[in-house]
Design a protein. Sequence first.
Length: 152
Amino acid sequence: MMRFVIRSSNSLVLLSAFCLLLSSIVGCSNERGLVVVKGKITSNGKPAAGAVLMFYPDDNPTGVTASGTSAEDGSFVLTSGVDKGVSPGTYTVTVVWPDPSVKPTAAQIMQGMIEQGPDLLKGAYATKSASKLKAEIDSSTIELPPIEVDGP
């Protein structure tokens, strides 16, 4: 019979690090078949920092919607729920770009009433019916072509 005896806090740290490493390796297998995909969004050639992108599956209306929020340089990585990645397929892409200059008040934050600023794209890409943006993702896709939107 094997026994593990923890003799010091250093051993506990090492054991925790080993468990974390093991769980991250196991997590990379991606049982759901998701593909980790990144992309970049720009408006008039400049990064659209803070834009929220939603990828709605065209070939499976009840499928999982993927999403991403762009960083300062306009880059984003797609996630499906809490999992990093997206299922292969064809998607309609919606984009809402909240005005970063509109900040919630301290009272709104304390009351949990945080609202995003108005859409800088004025709703032009906010719904599946309004957006003409499409994306095709297959199992070998790692980066999408740049997405260019007309904005401010």
